[in-house]
Ligand binder design. Structure first.
Ligand code: ADP
Ligand code: MG
Length: 391
């Protein structure tokens, strides 16, 4: 066999590698096949492929020829550790034809059977844009000078593997994004569902009760008309109940979609909430004159303030509550602080089946626009809600 022939034979294997790597689907399978193809093409005896984790700066073995395939996922090397670690650090190929034991870069890893092999080559596998994606190692039992052809083939293969690993990474990132979006949709739906339940409860406890009571009075009045009983008194009561019902339903509608936000902006809307709550509490609103926030962020802050005030009124037995807003180039911050009896925060966040969703709902709304939601409270020491939303 002439050198020329070897070269052609070896390079003829490249399309096979390209084919295996471009097959989508069974992805781990693809790399295992590539490792086998590399052994076929080069006549080497063992082949390892490590993926470079750029965040942790470590190599992890992701494919190996038999019998080392059983160790996939279990071998890790730090940057600079062993020949592969050296290659990852310096991004240069290394060929060690003989006497690897005296090479300071070599590290004996008993599981990988280094004592069975004599010569080795280790190459960086980079992405098309030159980012290190992995390291490819090849070992031979007999001593071997790796030829120019071998290296040409291995360099091309390493480039293909690098491109493949990058594609895999992109696919994984895309899938993760997709899952994140899916989760967001789910939580939006859950929040919507809870909001519907809240509205249903509100209408049931508010307007419906009043209407039922008014009907009762009206029926009584109807029966009394023409008798000497006080029909006028019953009618008067019924009218008052229906007036309350009208107000109650207007209030419920306003809570569903606060037109005040669009008409007057967040600060005025918060003052209106404060006004509503001030029947039982002293409410203070501190805010800059102009805010200039995104409409969605305004709505989130409004809803959080609304629920927070509702909670203070309902649970806190507080005398005072303060809502403060402030804004800079990076973020908007809102705090709602009361001086009530406080509570156990972890317990309040637990969404119990069929129970209230107030706390979890506030947090969800804030996180949906990329913000953070914190609650601090201790029994007897009031409560404080802090919202930060990036602009
Ligand atoms: N400002 C507060 N002061 C005291 N307790 C509070 C306060 N906010 C929330 N809580 C407690 O946290 C619990 C959960 O609140 P939430 O999820 O809004 O449900 P709900 O208001 O329907 O009970 C409340 O039941 C209450 O015990
Ligand atoms: Mg609540």
């Amino acid at each position: 066999m002439t050198a020329d022939q070897i070269s052609r034979d070896v390079l003829r294997m490249l399309p096979g590698i390209i084919e295996v790597l471009s097959r989508s689907g069974r992805r781990e399978g693809a790399l295992a096949s590539v490792v086998d193809l590399i052994l076929d093409a080069t006549g080497a005896d063992a082949c390892f492929l490590h993926r470079w984790d750029a965040d942790e700066r470590r190599l992890r073995m992701i494919a190996a020829s038999h019998p080392y395939d059983a160790l996939v996922g279990r071998i890790e090397l730090a940057e600079g550790e062993g020949v592969a670690g050296w290659v990852a650090k310096h991004r240069l190929p290394v060929v060690i034809a003989r006497d690897k034991w005296s090479d300071p870069r070599y590290k004996y890893i008993p599981e990988l059977g280094g004592d069975r092999y004599t010569s080795m080559v280790s190459l960086p596998a980079a992405s098309g844009r030159g980012r290190l994606m992995g390291v490819l190692n090849l070992h031979t039992v007999d001593e071997r000078e790796f030829s120019g052809d071998d290296l040409e083939f291995l360099t091309a293969t390493a480039a293909l593997v690098g491109a493949h690993l990058e594609a895999e990474e992109l696919i994984e990132a895309t899938l993760a994004k997709e899952a994140e979006l899916e989760a967001l949709v789910q939580s939006t739906l859950a929040a919507q569902e809870m909001e519907r339940r809240r509205v249903a409860t509100e209408i049931h406890d508010g307007v419906t009760q009043l209407v039922v009571a008014a009907l009762y009075r009206l029926r009584a009045a109807q029966a009394l008309v023409g008798t000497e009983h006080d029909a006028a008194g019953e009618l008067k009561t019924a009218i008052r109940l229906l007036e309350d019902a009208e107000q109650e339903s207007r209030r419920a509608i306003r809570r569903l979609r606060p037109p005040v936000l669009d008409d007057l902006g967040l600060v005025a809307a918060l003052r209106e909430l404060a006004q509503e709550a001030s029947e039982t509490l002293e409410v203070e609103v501190r805010a800059p004159r102009r805010l200039d926030l995104d409409a969605t962020v305004e709505l989130v802050l409004y809803r959080v303030a609304q629920e927070a005030l509702r909670n203070v009124a309902k649970h806190a037995q507080a005398d005072r509550v303060a809502i403060s807003l402030d804004v800079d180039e990076d973020e908007v911050r809102m705090a709602v602080v009361d001086d009530g009896r406080g509570f156990d925060v972890a317990e309040a966040f637990a969404v119990r089946e069929g129970a209230s969703y107030g706390m979890a709902g506030m947090r969800e709304r804030v996180e949906m626009v990329g913000g953070t939601f914190r609650v601090a409270s201790e029994p007897g020491k009031g409560a404080r809600i802090d919202v930060r939303i990036p602009r």
